[in-house]
Write a protein that binds this ligand. Structure first.
Ligand code: GAP
Length: 456
């Protein structure tokens, strides 16, 4: 029997995909919707639709599996998005988490000074219309304020977390005391963060509510270099593993004047899209900044005692901090292709998503919907498959159109039930990228698919 290659065929060197293409597909097929759209929407805030939530969950689950479940010395937590307000003083965000903005006096556009070309900044010249820019930058803190309590006057001002990782430092001591972890060890979390971005935009790229995945890895200072390199390389390979265009991934080291207030050194994993080379994940050398500051501000001793040597010290931290939403966007941009039809018909829109991440794993399609036996066989296959993976049953429109519908949402496999099925209990399995087809006994179908859509 012919076997479909395990590895997806390399996709052609397709051009960079305009953001509008994935915005339109996302809305049309239920991946992403603008939040509160019926009220005119809110800039920088989005909702995820039926397919979006599946893709997003798969991406997060794969990260969790790779980072937590696949490492003996890493555990996970899930912290609240509201914390004590002192956390943000200790973390340095109240003082340092700011954007500096200048305005164009002519076209009224607003620019972050760190996004402007140095020449434009020096000459106070608007990069869009050439008008004059205001000379003194205005300073905006990005933390989103909220209030706890109901009685006016007794309400406590606090913040929605500006970076998700703070919970990890807050829970560090509890994790050490309640789990059997020993330095070197890591704590992971996936969770929402909120920033009052002054220039949200480019779809999911810069939002005001978004999700981050963080690893904070606690090490003895003498081992910082080794572990920094370990996680930096592992994260790069992780992203490479889920991309079609692996050559669009690179590292970029931060110059000293762009380092965040908590970092002594940082490398960004960057990905190239129509927006240029942009940050996807930061690998930060946070050293002892966080635990020292939280010790100072809380009055709690957060040092660690080595169980063997009894040395007492503040562990240093390697942070890997990436965006779930940027991963979602980059994967769509990486996967999207409008493939010309060799016979000059309408182009095929296809999402070459990794089968591990695709929102729907398999579509089950009876060749005709008015043949009772085809439909009942297809239904029983679908009901069996959906115990193991996301399966969609579809009997509307001709088979070609149904394949196209699945290609557009990245479904890696379509199973067709035809008249031969009724004779010999075999089905056709069509693979999305190469559009190759094989026949397979129904009894082998579940294992065949599971082998290809489950990460390992
Ligand atoms: N704890 C470190 C930290 O928060 P960061 O570089 O500010 O570092 C980490 O954020 C990641 O979070 C970024 O690499 C990016 O993927 C994502 N991210 C940051 N701001 C974002 C925003 N406004 N919208 C969407 N994702 C964002």
């Amino acid at each position: 029997m012919t076997q479909i290659e395990d590895n997806q065929p390399e996709i052609k060197d397709t051009p960079l995909v305009p953001i509008e293409k994935v915005v339109s597909l996302s809305k049309r097929r239920g991946f992403v919707f603008p939040n509160s759209e019926i009220y005119g929407g809110v800039a920088g805030i989005y909702d995820f639709g039926p397919l979006g939530v599946e893709l997003r969950n798969n991406i997060k689950r794969y990260w969790w599996w790779s980072m937590v479940q696949n490492h003996d010395n890493v555990v996970g937590i899930d912290g609240a998005t509201i914390t004590h307000p002192r956390v943000w003083e200790a973390s340095g965000h109240v003082e340092n988490f700011v954007d500096r903005l200048v305005d164009c006096k002519k076209c009224k556009r607003r620019f972050r000074t760190d996004h402007l070309d140095p020449e434009n900044l020096e000459q106070h010249k608007c990069p869009v219309c050439g008008g004059e820019l205001t000379s003194e930058p205005r300073i905006f803190n990005l933390l989103m304020e909220t209030y706890l309590g109901v009685v006016e006057g007794d309400r406590m001002k606090t913040y929605l977390r500006g970076e998700a990782c703070q919970n990890i430092y807050l829970d560090y001591d509890n994790v050490v005391k309640s789990s059997r972890v020993q330095v070197p060890f890591g704590i992971c979390q996936i969770g929402k963060a909120y920033r009052n971005e002054v220039t949200p935009g480019n779809f999911l790229f810069r939002q005001r509510e978004f999700e981050q995945w963080d690893l904070q890895f606690f090490v003895h200072p003498s081992e910082m270099d080794k572990w920094y390199e370990y996680w930096k390389n592992l994260r790069f390979e992780w992203y490479k593993g889920i991309l079609n265009h692996k050559d669009r991934l690179r590292f970029r080291e931060h110059a000293s004047d762009e380092l965040a207030h908590y970092a002594k050194k940082a490398f960004d994993v960057e990905y190239q899209t129509v927006l240029g080379w942009q940050e996807w994940e930061g690998i930060h050398w946070r050293q002892d900044w966080d635990l020292t500051r939280h010790s100072e501000y809380s009055g709690q001793d957060l040092r660690y005692t080595d169980p063997l040597t009894k040395e007492r010290y503040t562990p240093w931290i390697v942070e890997t901090s990436g965006g779930v939403d940027r991963t979602f966007l980059n994967l769509l941009l990486d996967a999207y292709e409008e493939e010309p039809d060799p016979n000059g018909k309408e182009a095929r829109t296809v999402l070459h998503l990794h089968p591990w991440l695709a929102p729907v794993k398999v579509a089950v399609l009876p060749l005709q919907k008015n043949k009772e036996e085809l439909v009942s066989t297809a239904q029983s296959i679908h009901q069996n498959l959906r115990r193991y993976m996301v399966s969609q049953y579809d009997d509307v429109a001709n088979i070609g159109r149904r394949y196209r519908r699945q290609d557009e949402i990245g479904t890696p496999f379509c199973v067709t039930i035809d008249f031969q099925t009724l004779d010999d209990q075999t089905v056709t399995v069509r693979e999305r990228d190469g559009m190759t087809q094989i026949r397979l006994p129904i009894s082998e179908l579940t294992m065949y698919l599971l082998d290809r859509v489950t990460w390992k």
